[in-house]
Structure formats: C-alpha cells, structure tokens
Design a protein around this ligand. Sequence first.
Ligand SMILES: Cc1cc2nc3c(=O)[nH]c(=O)nc-3n(C[C@H](O)[C@H](O)[C@H](O)COP(=O)(O)OP(=O)(O)OC[C@H]3O[C@@H](n4cnc5c(N)ncnc54)[C@H](O)[C@@H]3O)c2cc1C
Length: 510
Amino acid sequence: MTGTALTAERRGRELAELSAGTTVDLLVVGLGVTGAGVALDAASRGLTVAALDAHDLAFGTSRWSSKLVHGGLRYLAGGHLGLAYESAVERGILLRTVAPHLITALPSVLPQTPLVSGGRAALARAGFAAGDALRAAAHTPAARLPRSRRISPAEVTRLVPAVRRAGLRGGVLGWDGQLVDDARLVVALARTAAGHGARILTRCRVSELHGGGATVVDTLTGTEHQVRARMVVNATGVWADQLDPGVRLRPSRGTHLVLRPGALGAQVAGLTIGVPGETNRFVFALPQPDGHIYLGLTDEPVDGPVPDVPEPSPAERGFLLDVLATAVDPAPTEDDVVGAFAGLRPLLAGGADRTADLSRRHAVRTSPGGVTTVVGGKLTTYRRMARDAVDAALRAAGRPTGRCLTARLPLVGAAPPEALARVAAPARLVARYGTEAAAVLALAADDPALARPVADGIAVTGAELVWAVQREGALDAGDVLDRRTRIGLVPADRERALPAARAALARAGA
Ligand SMILES: Cc1cc2nc3c(=O)[nH]c(=O)nc-3n(C[C@H](O)[C@H](O)[C@H](O)COP(=O)(O)OP(=O)(O)OC[C@H]3O[C@@H](n4cnc5c(N)ncnc54)[C@H](O)[C@@H]3O)c2cc1C
C-alpha cells in the first residue's frame, strides 16, 4: 500500500509516469464523489488506476450538496421504494464502516403549524414511520440513527426556538445522517484510493476521451499529454455529455443560503418546512457544526452551457427566505444571510415536465467506443454507483469483475465511535479528521501559532491549512479555503483567512 498523502511533488511525478507511456488498467475522469469512489473501488480490487480532474477534488456538484447522507424519504413519498431502500442501505454502510468519523445523526423537526393540515401531518408521520422501517431493514441500529417520534409543542420550541408558537400543535422528530462536510468525504475517498496506489491528479483537463485513454491538458503548465488505459470511466457529473455525447442530461440548480450563527436562536435540530401549495416539496434549515445554518433547497431547470461555478439567483434567495418566514418568528432577513451557494444536479433527461420529478436514479452506460459513463444518483449512493461503473467497465473489457470490497473498507481517519472518542484531540478536529486529528494537532507542536484559529470567529486552525497542503493535495489558496476547509462559503471570512492560506502554501514551498 502506497502512502495516502497527496502532494504537488507526487502529482508531478505521477503525471510524468503517465505521460511517459505507463498504461493503467482504469482511467477515471472526474474527482467528485463518484469519480473518487470509482478510483477507490477499482484500486482496492487490485487494478492500476489514474483519476483526473480538470480543477480540484470536489470542485463540482459534490461540494454544493445539502451534506446529508439520507435514507431517501422523498423517494418513498414518490413511490420509489427501491431507490429509498438503496439509499438507506448505503447510508448504513457509510455510518457504520466507511466514514463514521465524518457523519453524525442529525435530528430534524417538522412542526405542525396552522399551515400544516391534519391530513398533511398524518402523511408526514406515515412517511417517517416508513423511513424507520427502511432503516431497520437496512440493519442500521437505532443507537446510530434513532426512530422518529411525535413531539410536543414545548419540545419543538426547545429544539428550534424560532418556530412560530401561535397555533403550534407539536411536530414530528426524525433523524438522518449529516456529513461534517461533503468535500471532506471526497478528499478522504481520494486519499484512501491513493493509499491503494491510485494516481490522483488534479488540474488535468481531459479534452478527448476514448476507449483506450485520453488527451489531457495539465492546466498548470498548458502541456498536453496522452494517457493510456485499458478501461475508461467518465464520472464528470453535470459535464458528462461533453465527453460522451450519447448521454442526455437535464441539469437542475439547487441553491442554499448560509445564515449567520444564531439566526434561528439556539437551534439544535434541523427544521423542515413544507412549501405552501405543494405536496412533496420542502425547505430545510440545517444547523452546521460551525454554527452556520444552511437554508435550502431550490430546484430550477438550467438550460444552456454549464458554468464551472453556478450562481444562486435573486429569485431563489427570496423564495427560500419567504418559505422560512411561514414557520419562524422573527423571520431572518437578507441581513442574516452571510453566504450562498448553488450546485447543479446531474439529472438524466426523462419525460417529466419538472426537474423536481426527474428520477434521482443513477445510470451506467458503455459507449460503442468503450467509454463507461456513470451519472445521476446522489452523494449517499456514490459507492453503489462506483461499483456498478467498475463492474460495467470490466465486463465491457471482457475481464472478470471480481469482488467489490468497498462496503468493508474504512476511509482514512475512519474508526468506530468508541475509538474516535479516545483520539487525543479536540472534538472539532476529530469530527473532520477522525483518527488523523492527533497528527493534525501535532503540526502545532513546533509552532504553537498553528494551533490558533486563523482569524477571529473562524474555528479553523493554521494546522488544518498546513495539513491541507502537506497531505490533502491542496495546490493553491482556493483549494485550501474552498474545498479542504469551507471557510470560503462565507466570502467575508474567506477574505480574512486568505493570508493564513498563503502562509500555509509558502511553508510547504507551494
Ligand atoms: C443542491 C444540491 C444538493 C444536494 N444534496 C444532496 C444531499 O444532501 N445528499 C445526497 O446524497 N446527494 C445530494 N445531492 C446530489 C449529489 O451532490 C450529486 O449527485 C453528486 O455530488 C454528484 O457527484 P459527481 O461526482 O457525479 O459529480 P461532480 O461532483 O460534479 O464531479 C464531476 C467532476 O468532474 C470534473 N470534470 C468535468 N469535466 C472534466 C474534464 N473534461 N476533465 C476532467 N475533469 C472534469 C469536474 O471538475 C468535477 O470535479 C445534491 C445535489 C445538489 C445539486
């Protein structure tokens, strides 16, 4: 097993090896959650792997999610039992084995305000009960993810103090998985794959893809390289049709607002609000470990060219604040919004009129030229998507598929909760780095300044920025601030942390 550290030096060496003519068993394009999952799946089956991204780890949709590892309640409501069961099973595997360090159980409240009719409340309770049954069927212990239950008005306001009290009849409390951060899951996947020998190369844009490899531009130097591979997987998400014209996508934008800590009082649970006038659409206010609240989510069809970084529209901002105002008092205003982000769902084109009705199922297809594309799905089911893609690529190459091992493969830093509790580091670090938290902390042994937060009101320490460069493949300040840490989600914080990011890069000679 090679080391799990990703560095600029390793990137340069491995790109030179590929350019010199090394043929890998499998080339995967895209280092979002799906491509990183494919790299780990293939490398852990013993294949030689190269995984490329035009920008950085988690540059695309995978960093713009709601950060939930969810049991697919929405799919149940839509009658897609198979999809919901798949989600529940994958959630259980991630929680128990693959990434227990990055996922916690998030309580969420659906308050029964005067706007929620008796019928709708009964429907919601039935949905939560079905979700409990799926959790049990997926063998996820209630100790990790408790059962849902009805709660009193007093309990609703204890969990979410801002909920409107007039006419409040109580609520339903349910639980789901919440990632400390989606980009950290991708980084952990990529490093674990690297530990199994995968070459993980960022800043490598694929300009042409075929069954025997790819033409690749190193965007740091502008140099073009040919990469040879026996099998090729396209995992470029919402950009997948650019490398495989046989794929038809209908992207949909989902926007979240970032509310300042305390905008909903001392909120300890997520808040779920039905969108007035719609039956199966909700807005969520999700408290984050750093105190911010993510308020989402919209579903807007997107036509035309796919941007590198999608922008929330003013209408989406207004919609989210308006729906929130139906359930809380005092209602947050634009003054409470400290950031906003949007992502594009890589939905497969289908017959539905509204993108909200398009299936969240994933698809795997191998083109006549031998490129296997994996697209659609969601963060929660990345492991299943990766398995299906690697199986399909092996079958298309006429090779035995062998066994997928990832259900039993903990990512770097993963350990059972009892072991995590014994790691000698602050809880905040353990939640982000798992068993590696002590090594992050140790960076500050020779330089105590690294143990301090990078700026007032930002919990991230200098040691985390240095770790990002020395171990997690961060090549510039954007990698450090926008993907290894998520300081960049609040632009004013990003500005204040920029000098510290530059100092971390300079320290590593980057
Ligand atoms: C707003 C929103 C909220 C969501 N919330 C959740 C949630 O809470 N839970 C959940 O389970 N799912 C959620 N999802 C779904 C989930 O985020 C996506 O399904 C998933 O992240 C897609 O990952 P991906 O790896 O397929 O694509 P991406 O993350 O987009 O990765 C594709 C990568 O390909 C690279 N690339 C593109 N073209 C090239 C090229 N030519 N050469 C090299 N590299 C290239 C890009 O740089 C990018 O990094 C959400 C989606 C959205 C939009």
